[in-house]
Design a protein around this ligand. Structure first.
Ligand code: C2O
Ligand code: CU
Ligand code: CU
Length: 482
C-alpha cells in the first residue's frame, strides 16, 4: 500500500505542476483553457462517461417545522454504504442518507434553525459555503461537533437568490470527509428572482449538477487508497453521486446549477456541439445580465448557473464535456416549446462603485507545489489571527499565485462569510465568467487578482485554497471581522 501511494505522489507531481515554460505558454492561452494541461499526463485522466445509469437528483430537504418566517431543519452526518460500480459494496458518508446530502431550499428573509447531529466516529463540522452569516455559525474548524453530539444553530437569510453548498470543515480532515460523500446543495430563493420566469422547477427544468471525480480501487471508494497530498483526482466522473449517468430532459429551456464539488479537479465545461449557453449566475447569485458563452472554467468549490436552449439542438443527444471528455450525455425528448426569452436585466444592478483605483489593503500569496503548500509563506494556525477587517467595510484584497523553483499550479481561493467581486486580473478587467458575486476564484500560476471584499456579519472566518488537500495541508488563514 505504501508503494502505491508513493507512485501516485510522483504522478501528481508531474500532473499538478507546470514548469516555468508551461506557465508562460498558458498565460497567453485563453483563461477558459488554462488548466487542462496541468492534468494531461495524469494517470487519473477522466474517462468518458458511458451513460449507463439514469441521473437522479438529491431530494429536497423538508423542514421539521415551519411557522411564518421561521423554519427548522435537521441534518445528520452519518455513515452509509453504496454500490457505485461492479456490484461492490463500499463504505460512505452522507447527510441524512448514505451518500451526499439533500438540497436545502431557503428563502431570503427566513429565520433558520438547523439541528446538526454527528453520527460519524470522528469529529466533523457543518460549513455553509457562500452563506453570509456570523462567524460562530459558519462551521469552520473551530466549530467541531464530536461523535454522538448535536448542536443547534440559528441565522437569518440575508442575501439574494443563489446556489450555495454545504460540506464539513474539520481541522485537517476536510478532504477525506467530502470525498467519502459529505456535501449537499443549499439554494436561496427570493421574490426578485422568482419574478424572472427562469426555469425553476426542481429536477424538472432546473437541475442540480454536482460534479465530483472519484478514483475507485476494485470497485471501492476509499480515500486512503487514492489520497494524494497535491490533488486527489479520480478517473471516474460522478454526478449527483451517480457513476456514468445519463440525463433525460424535455426539449425546451433548461437551467443547470453546476457545483464543482470535486476535491481538486477543475473543469473546462462546454458542449460537444460547441453551442452557446447563457451564464446567469456565479457563486453568489444572479449576474446583472446574462452572458452568452461557449465554454466555462469551474475550479473546485465554484458554482455556475447556466441556461441551455435545447430547441437549438438538432440531434437528440447533447453532451456536456470537460475539454475532450464526455461528462454527461443529455437525452432530449419531446417537442420543443417556444423558449421564453431571458429577461434583459436579471438583477437591478446596485450602484456599483469602482474599486479599480484603490490600492489593496490586504495581500495574499499562494504558493503550492509538491514542495510547499503555503499561504502568505505560512501554514494555517488555529491560534493565529492573520487579518482583521471591520464588518460592512469594503477592502481590496490582492491574491497572487507565485512560482517557486518547481513552478506553480492553479489554486481556487475561497473566503467564508462573504460574496466578493473581482476588480482586476493582472491589472485587466475580469471576463464575464468572473463578473458577478463570487466566493471562490481560481488564481492561475503567476496571476494577480484583486477582489473587493466586505463582510456583512462579524466573527472569525477562514480563507483558503479550495483544493481540499491544500486546505488540509494548511493553505489557509483566518480573519477576525469586528
Ligand atoms: Cu467550501 Cu472553507 O469551504
Ligand atoms: Cu466556505
Ligand atoms: Cu491550492
Amino acid at each position: 500500500m505504501k508503494k502505491y501511494l508513493v507512485i501516485l505522489g510522483a504522478t501528481a507531481l508531474l500532473a499538478g505542476c507546470t514548469t516555468e515554460k508551461e506557465v508562460k505558454d498558458s498565460e497567453s492561452a485563453a483563461h477558459s483553457m488554462h488548466d487542462s494541461k496541468h492534468y494531461t499526463n495524469d494517470q487519473h485522466a477522466l474517462k468518458d462517461n458511458t451513460g449507463e445509469q439514469d441521473l437522479s437528483y438529491p431530494p429536497l430537504l423538508k423542514p421539521t417545522s415551519k411557522k411564518g418566517n421561521a423554519v427548522e431543519y435537521e441534518l445528520t452526518a452519518q455513515k452509509g454504504q453504496m454500490i457505485f460500480k461492479d456490484g461492490v459494496k463500499t463504505n460512505t458518508y452522507g447527510y441524512n442518507g448514505d451518500f451526499l446530502g439533500p438540497s436545502l431550499q431557503l428563502i431570503k428573509g427566513q429565520q433558520v434553525t438547523i439541528k446538526l447531529t454527528n453520527k460519524l466516529d470522528e469529529n466533523t463540522t457543518f460549513h455553509w459555503h457562500g452563506l453570509e452569516i456570523a462567524g460562530d455559525v459558519d462551521g469552520g474548524p473551530h466549530a467541531e461537533i464530536k461523535p454522538g453530539e448535536t448542536k443547534i444553530i440559528q441565522f437569518t437569510v440575508n442575501q439574494d437568490a443563489a446556489t450555495l453548498w454545504y460540506h464539513p470543515h474539520p481541522m485537517g480532515n476536510t478532504a477525506p470527509q467530502v470525498f467519502k460523500g459529505l456535501a449537499g446543495l443549499l439554494y436561496i430563493d427570493d421574490e426578485e428572482s422568482n419574478a424572472l420566469s427562469l426555469p425553476n422547477d426542481y429536477a424538472v427544468n432546473d437541475f442540480p449538477i454536482i460534479l465530483q471525480d472519484r478514483q475507485f480501487v476494485k470497485g471501492k471508494l476509499q480515500y486512503e487508497d487514492v489520497a494524494n497530498t497535491m490533488s486527489t483526482l479520480g478517473d471516474t466522473m460522478m454526478i449527483n453521486g451517480i457513476v456514468n449517468p445519463k440525463m433525460t430532459v424535455k426539449n425546451g429551456q433548461i437551467r443547470l446549477r453546476i457545483l464543482n464539488g470535486s476535491n481538486a479537479r477543475p473543469y473546462n465545461l462546454h458542449f460537444n456541439n460547441d453551442m452557446a449557453f447563457s451564464l446567469i449566475a456565479t457563486d453568489g447569485g444572479l449576474k446583472d445580465k446574462a452572458a452568452k458563452m461557449t465554454s466555462l472554467y469551474l475550479g473546485a468549490g465554484e458554482r455556475a448557473e447556466i441556461i441551455v436552449d435545447l430547441a437549438a439542438v438538432k440531434e437528440n443527444t447533447l453532451q456536456l464535456m470537460d475539454s475532450a471528455t464526455t461528462l454527461l450525455p443529455i437525452q432530449i425528448t419531446g417537442k420543443a416549446k417556444k423558449a421564453t426569452t431571458l429577461a434583459k436585466n436579471l438583477k437591478t444592478a446596485e450602484q456599483s462603485k469602482t474599486y479599480a483605483d484603490l490600492e489593496p489593503t490586504k495581500k495574499i500569496t499562494l504558493e503550492g507545489t509538491s514542495k510547499e503548500l503555503l499561504l502568505n509563506g505560512k501554514k494555517y494556525d488555529m491560534d493565529r489571527i492573520d487579518f482583521k477587517q471591520e464588518h460592512g467595510k469594503t477592502e481590496v484584497w490582492e491574491i497572487e499565485n507565485i512560482l517557486n523553483d518547481e513552478g506553480a499550479m492553479a489554486h481556487p481561493f475561497h473566503i467564508h462569510g462573504t460574496q466578493f467581486t473581482v476588480v482586476s486580473v493582472n491589472g485587466e478587467e475580469p471576463d464575464e465568467s468572473m463578473t458577478g458575486l463570487k466566493d471562490t476564484i481560481t488564481i492561475q500560476p503567476n496571476q494577480k487578482i484583486r477582489i473587493a471584499v466586505s463582510f456583512p456579519e462579524k466573527g472569525l472566518y477562514m480563507f483558503h485554497c479550495h483544493i481540499l488537500e491544500h486546505e488540509d495541508a494548511g493553505m489557509m488563514g483566518q480573519i477576525d471581522v469586528y
